[in-house]
Design a protein around this ligand. Sequence first.
Ligand code: SF4
Length: 328
Amino acid sequence: MKIRLGIPSSLFYYVYYPMWHVFFEELGVEIVLSGQTTKTLLDKGVKEAVADACVPIKVYFGHALSLKQKVDFLFIPRIISVNNQTIYCPKFLGLPDMIRHGLSDMPPIIDVEIDSRKGWFSLLKAYIKIGRRLNKNKLRIIFAYLKSKKAHKYYLSLLKKGLHPSQYIEHLNGGMEPVLPSYDGNKPDFVFAVLGYPYEVHDYYISSGLVSKLKEMGVKVITIENIALKKSSLSGKLEKRMFWTFSDTVLNSAYYLFEENNIDGIIHLTAFGCGPDSMVDTLMEIASRDHPEIPYMSITIDEHTGDAGIATRLEAFYDMVKRKKEAI
Ligand code: SF4
């Protein structure tokens, strides 16, 4: 019988699932996902996680809990750094421990550390450790790793062409072939950037379907995954770059878009209780004051965020951008 490996469909899922999908399939492991975030799942996470955790961590608790009885192992790698320069938020670093000690009777957790700062081949070594925990042959693991890296590269190339992570992931999970956005002859009225962490922006439930709502209004939406940053836009503005990988990307994207001045509006989606965002949100607000020509809005989500509130704010923002454009 195949080993059943549980992957919570949250946090790193939006970045690495296409790679993990190929890696574990090549190893002959059955992947069990927790699926889309729902109210029930969020309520369970809120009940179990520490009260002052950010909403994505509470959501993650709910996802992990929903896999409890269904799998032989839970896959929660301790991803520290993948670029040698920035590290992931401390909550990610402590994620396997939070789940292990915060929830009772959970299946064994595969929590191999992934840290590219530990030298050449550190990522390969980490994946070999993961495969060995599943009792797989070393050669087979190396082959699976190389194939999964290729899949990751392909996934990133699609994102750079404008695809959103959830579109590709849905396809991997049995959905339709994703279609790259094309607007030939039918140019959208506006292009908005929705900047925020992938697990907020692309989680339909916790973002209250923000991206879909904008698309329904006829707005083309770009997210951090679609922006091809060739160099850091932070240099010359901050003394050093942000420590945290996602925060660094979000802030970089914002500075880049403000400078390019080729976007109709920027929305920052931030989570209540997020430590790094208390800094990122403030810095983005300051940057927006230097660029009053680009409408900017920050939306904070938490476990009580309702659809109606988000819809009202988006409509108001859309109307403001429209009036501004008509006045030119
Ligand atoms: S970056 Fe913020 S939202 Fe993300 S896990 Fe860390 S504290 Fe939570």
